[in-house]
Design a binder for this molecule. Sequence first.
Ligand SMILES: *Cc1c(COP(=O)(O)O)cnc(C)c1O
Length: 362
Amino acid sequence: MGRVYNFSAGPAVLPEEVLKEAQADMLDYKGCGMSVNEMSHRSKMFDDIIKTAEKDFRELVGVPDNYKVLFLQGGGNMQFAQIPMNLMNKHHKADYIVTGQWARKAYEEAKIYGDAVKIASSEDKTFSYIPDCSDLPIDEDADYVYICENNTIYGTEYFQLPNTKGKLLVADVSSNFLSRPIDVEKYGLFFGGVQKNVGPAGMVITVIRDDLITDDVYPGTPTMLKYKTQADKDSLYNTPNCWCIYICGLVFKWLKNLGGLEEMNRRNEKKAKLLYDYLDQSKLFHGTVRKQDRSLMNVPFVTGDKDLDAKFVAESKAAGLENLKGHRTVGGMRASIYNAMPYEGVAKLVEFMEDFEKKNLK
Ligand SMILES: *Cc1c(COP(=O)(O)O)cnc(C)c1O
């Protein structure tokens, strides 16, 4: 069996060139006689891998010198705790904008460490839109304002950052990480679990401004969960996820070679437009998100008939279009069309949907 078009929300599709390169390196990484999986994280070879990965990431994203780039473990969920433990340290209060399940989890977790305040939400319409964030009731004494920039499950994305009225912005960018250029200086901290749009599972990249890395953390914070611990040791305080850092490094090179984040964004817009244009005129399928908030990465859609949705998922799978079933809490379908999904994959999906529509429209 050949490779399928994989529309999984995460872990997700990786660039074929990257997988092939990793395959070629597997037994003997650049003449050192062993694979990256077998080498010491203190070795010269690995030191080159992690330093090059960080350098390429900084170039790609445009990370200023006064921001640290950390390669951390524990997933996005660990950041939900690590952020309040480290940053809710002045007034022990932070404002959360709840636009989906991941933002809600972050908000619930933050309550353990301080006064987390839900200042806006789109829960009233099953998270199908991004609330107006131009004039929110930001707390005077909020240590930061938290958002989830792309809502993986509901398929909404911020195209304009909230007005935080001078407060620090903290963002979860897991599912739109490296999908488009980003202005780092607008954030105090942002993080992305790499298994959505960048690499294999098992690592988060956290970008944090220098002055936020302190010893002034929540009492009892484990050494491993202080940003300062990993920042002081360039993410090598303990054994990092070596394999993941290596693969992400290859993906950064892949992105640089194709023209960087501007070009990646152009391609992502083109792919998303193809699918949304089809959905907008379809008589069988329809998208579930308010138009101006539609994610370029995760595209949920439904027929309105559960049995027909199930039939679509089964038949698309048989046609080599995998993982189109919607999130278990939402139902319907969802196509995740991350960076590594080629245009041809989306074209194939649209073609399949057109055909399905013809056969099933009553
Ligand atoms: C998947 C996801 C998470 C959770 O990541 P884990 O690494 O599984 O903890 C958090 N935020 C967003 C936006 C996600 O898509």
